[in-house]
Design a binder for this molecule. Structure first.
Ligand SMILES: Nc1ncnc2c1ncn2[C@@H]1O[C@H](COP(=O)(O)OP(=O)(O)OP(=O)(O)O)[C@@H](O)[C@H]1O
Ligand SMILES: [Mg+2]
Length: 506
């Protein structure tokens, strides 16, 4: 008897058949990965299981019993929990308050905080987390917040845990810790459904993997019987080249130069004396463990935050330290933001309007203060086609697109405006392997046109495969820079964690 059995599930949204006769099942004590291209239907399938969507057809049984799951509350009662990619915690409340919210222990009529703290403490110890339940959630790192979301589900006694792209926002170390936790939970008999685009994670941690394509089940395989390449083929339906290395052959003059950049937070430096440059026809990668100044660097170099000191030039043109984001855009600097939900898109606005966000004041789209709706519509349809965005039409809210397709809207918007320099932060976060191949290809094409890209990514493999040169950032300082292929993996590992290597003058 399976813990969960979903049979013949179909789900339609206006104009989209998101799921078409899908079968999916998971055993007790199993980690089961769900893989598929952006828009394949993974999140939808799991939202059906969690009671957030009602299927148009199909049956679900839990531990052999047929059920109808009308809401997440009913799902939780059946032992099903889901951790979404965007966390739903309340930052100003403590860990304990967040975990018990909605299922508070009571003393008579009143909330029993003392009991909440001791229960949460015990639960955390059971699964090997060291946390202080009295700490506020706002003080926690992303990885820690995710643990709280998991604890929140466990507190409600779930036996089936759904994790939708849990590793997309984690550092490599946090991913390792998460996998240790998942293995422990599996030992205790939990069934875990893991959605991820990272094939090596599937190979590492899952017992089984089910592949979806275009809303249909392609098949279920055991990682030990397959390879990352074969999985990529299954999901995309063709051969995918992963991690292509393609160095620039035609580097020109300096196009973008940052000198003596300093940024303080209070009296502490978050960026100190940063010097770097980009030449025409070059991709410069920023390597570093997340949280070593990357976010602040991006903010300063896109005009979102004013530095304490800096000289910034694009070509011969100097950009004033007081310039706003608008002026950066006008000077030819495009920005792919690291957080697409917050900075990149307005989710409850149409795809069409999101396609011109930040560029809405340029003459092409506006005349005498009035938006040229037809022009913008045509432009959006062109982007949807060129960048292979999976959408019914340009009028729908960008928030209804799958995660990876939202990312393509941003990528399309920036590259279509033909900037000189692109500051690309996590450009392929949450994007499937086929789309990664496509985005990488676009970046290389752009570079080969004599433009330049500053690439910031938590994925070191991505940095290594795309960058012609690398700058290593540690505690807000550049600790080394040089030609990518001159650094070994060990060198990078040492430098990124504050160590020194013998010939660091490179
Ligand atoms: N609430 C909704 N309204 C309309 N269409 C939707 C809605 N939710 C999902 N869709 C559509 O259903 C399809 C499947 O989306 P889903 O989010 O399940 O994909 P996914 O496999 O999770 O992709 P990703 O890897 O990009 O997150 C997409 O075409 C998407 O646009
Ligand atoms: Mg999804």
């Amino acid at each position: 008897m399976n813990a969960v059995e979903m049979h013949g599930i179909s789900k339609e949204f206006p104009g989209v058949k998101a799921l078409d006769n899908v079968d999916f099942s998971i055993n007790k004590g199993e980690i089961h990965a769900l893989l598929g291209e952006n828009g394949a239907g993974k999140s939808t399938l799991m939202k059906v299981l969690y009671g957030m969507h009602q299927p148009n057809m199909g049956t679900i049984s839990i531990k052999g019993k047929d059920v109808r799951i009308n809401s997440p509350i009913e799902a939780i009662k059946l032992g099903i929990g889901m951790v979404h990619q965007h966390f739903m915690l309340v930052p100003v409340l403590t860990i304990a308050e967040n975990i018990v919210a909605g299922a508070e222990p009571k003393n008579g009529l009143f909330f029993d905080l003392h009991k909440a703290i001791s229960e949460v403490d015990k639960l955390a110890k059971d699964v090997g987390f060291t946390i202080d339940p009295r700490k506020k959630v706002e003080e926690l790192s992303v990885g820690e917040r995710q643990r709280i979301e998991i604890l929140k589900a466990l507190y409600r006694g779930v036996e089936i845990l759904i994790l939708d792209e849990p590793t997309a926002v984690l550092t490599p170390l946090e991913v390792k810790e998460l996998f240790t936790t998942l293995r422990q939970l599996k030992q205790k008999g939990m069934s875990i459904i893991l959605i991820t685009h990272k094939l090596h994670e599937i190979m590492e941690v899952s017992d089984k993997v089910t592949v979806l394509r275009d809303g249909k089940t392609i098949g279920t395989v055991l990682p030990k019987d397959t390879s990352a390449n074969e999985l990529a083929n299954m999901m995309v339906g063709r051969e995918v080249k992963m991690g292509v290395k393609c160095r620039s052959t035609n580097v020109g003059d300096k196009l973008f130069e940052v000198q003596n950049l300093c940024l303080k937070n209070g009296d502490r430096f978050c960026l100190k004396d940063i010097n770097l440059y980009l030449r025409k026809g070059e991709i410069l990668g920023i390597a570093g463990v997340e949280g070593n100044g990357q976010t602040e660097l991006i903010e300063v170099l896109t005009g979102l935050r004013k530095p304490d000191k800096m000289c910034l030039k694009i070509g011969e043109h100097e950009i004033s330290n007081n310039a706003g984001a608008d002026e950066f855009i006008k000077s030819g600097i495009g920005h792919i933001p690291e957080d697409r939900g917050e900075r990149g898109l307005v989710l409850d606005m149409s795809i069409k309007n999101n396609c011109i966000l930040g560029y809405h004041r340029i003459n092409r789209f506006i005349k005498k203060g009035i938006f040229l709706n037809n022009v913008i519509g045509k432009y959006a349809r062109h982007l949807i086609k060129t960048f292979k965005i999976k959408a019914v039409n340009e009028e729908i809210h960008v928030g209804t697109l799958s995660g990876g397709n939202q990312q393509k809207v941003i990528i399309g918007r920036i590259f279509a405006q033909n900037p000189e320099v692109v500051i690309a932060a996590q450009p392929t976060r949450g994007v499937d392997v086929g789309a990664i191949e496509y985005i990488h290809h676009k970046m290389i094409e752009f570079r080969d046109e004599g433009k330049a890209i500053l690439l910031i990514s938590a994925d070191l493999d991505e940095i290594k495969s795309l960058s012609d040169r690398i700058v290593i950032l540690y505690k807000g300082c550049v600790v080394a820079q040089g030609v990518t292929d001159d650094f070994t993996d060990t060198d990078l590992g040492i430098l990124m964690t504050g160590g020194k290597i013998s010939n660091e003058e490179r």
